[in-house]
Design a protein around this ligand. Sequence first.
Ligand SMILES: NC(=O)c1ccc[n+]([C@@H]2O[C@H](COP(=O)([O-])OP(=O)(O)OC[C@H]3O[C@@H](n4cnc5c(N)ncnc54)[C@H](O)[C@@H]3O)[C@@H](O)[C@H]2O)c1
Length: 451
Amino acid sequence: MKITVIGTGYVGLVTGTCFAETGNNVTCVDIDKRKVERLTAGEITIYEPGLEKIFLRNLKEERLRFTTDLAEAFDEAEIIFLALPTPPGEDGSADLKYVLGVARQLGAMFKPGQYKVVVDKSTVPVGTADRVEKTIIEGSGGKINTAERDEQSGVFDVVANPEFLREGVAVDDFMKPDRVIIGSASERANKLMGELYAPFVRQGNPVIYMDKRSAELTKYASNSFLATKISFMNEIARLCERLDADVDMVRRGMGSDGRIGKRFLFPGIGYGGSCFPKDVQALVKSAEEVQYDFKILKSVMEVNQGQKLHLVSKLKKYFGNDLKNKKIALWGLAFKPNTDDIREAPALAMIESLLKEGAQITAYDPEAMKNVKQLLGDKIAFSENQYDCLEAADALLIATEWNEFRTPDFLKIVSKMRQKVIFDGRNLFDVAAIRKLGFYYESIGRPVLNQ
Ligand SMILES: NC(=O)c1ccc[n+]([C@@H]2O[C@H](COP(=O)([O-])OP(=O)(O)OC[C@H]3O[C@@H](n4cnc5c(N)ncnc54)[C@H](O)[C@@H]3O)[C@@H](O)[C@H]2O)c1
């Protein structure tokens, strides 16, 4: 099939590359000229495990190409995916200016006799697919006859097809999705979408067809539920700290219950990233618009805000509320491992707070340092590896659970640090074992030993 993907960020690039991998001809469009040039030259623009290899293969096979020319990419496509940003607007609701702006442009491009499926892959509030449809028709300036979308006036269908990939494992998630949601009332569009996704669900995972509005809500409901699970466990962890219980034990005990499940029960320093924070906020806002007070989600957001600075509060307490000129080593900047994405990363909130207290920070992250350097310049220092940043450090803070932090060389750590103090926001180490090594060690919701 001939596919066009508009927006070549985390979702668009993975979507385009994976559709090319199954034999489709894919054109990816972006307004960022530099990005298009780099991608065309074979330079991958995001860090995502496994992506570069299939990206280069499909580029070479000429099944994947990049352009800034929307009109040309529109003309040849049977299915057009919108993978555009939907950032929070000033009031927290999803800002649809990118999605609707492109929809208007597409409307003007329709030619008589064409049939195209326009697919919303961005995370958008309920009713957006209908708004996209309306906007395309408006954009056509009368070319598309709404009463009878016949062959002459150009026909199209809008499909809501939310994306559930997780950054860090995006290629695997896209190639073998747990489910594909297709929201549309059009048989013609459903058939095309079903054919396109068939190679991805060969193991039998479901393609679930539903109406557009339910499809749109499914995405927000899923992300909000997961965020709720995280905030719930973070509150249990806070309680463990006060009741002298171990959240690791509680988590295992809870997770063995099939109704609860083992995944997403790990406490930490709060959720971040480009999705959970904005999607939870947008769902609260959507609920408000229909006079519904989504109380649970409001608490989820509040708990998350507090949790981002929980580790810093512990650190402050340890140093008697005086962090001035304390040398802090920070392991991890990305909002989660295996990505260079720092959007809403808890590490950034921690850095801001530590800098206000007068601390000096040297950070290390395997992939995200470039993005943080761009954002913070020389406000903090960076080191080339995880050990160099420990030089004369008064404490080590761990913000991201990269694999390479899990079993470090503790002797090397000891030889570098001024004080043997670790504050671990990801519960990476065994509390008793690290105590034996003589560290003062605090994590989240687990006993503090070595007082
Ligand atoms: N990142 C994720 O893990 C993830 C997962 C599922 C869903 N989503 C949703 O997918 C959507 C896209 O997210 P993302 O993380 O890929 O965003 P992103 O910011 O990484 O990428 C968006 C891209 O769109 C481009 N763009 C903006 N305006 C454009 C225009 N008019 N024409 C062409 N290109 C344009 C930007 O230059 C950028 O390259 C959002 O709605 C997001 O909520 C994201």
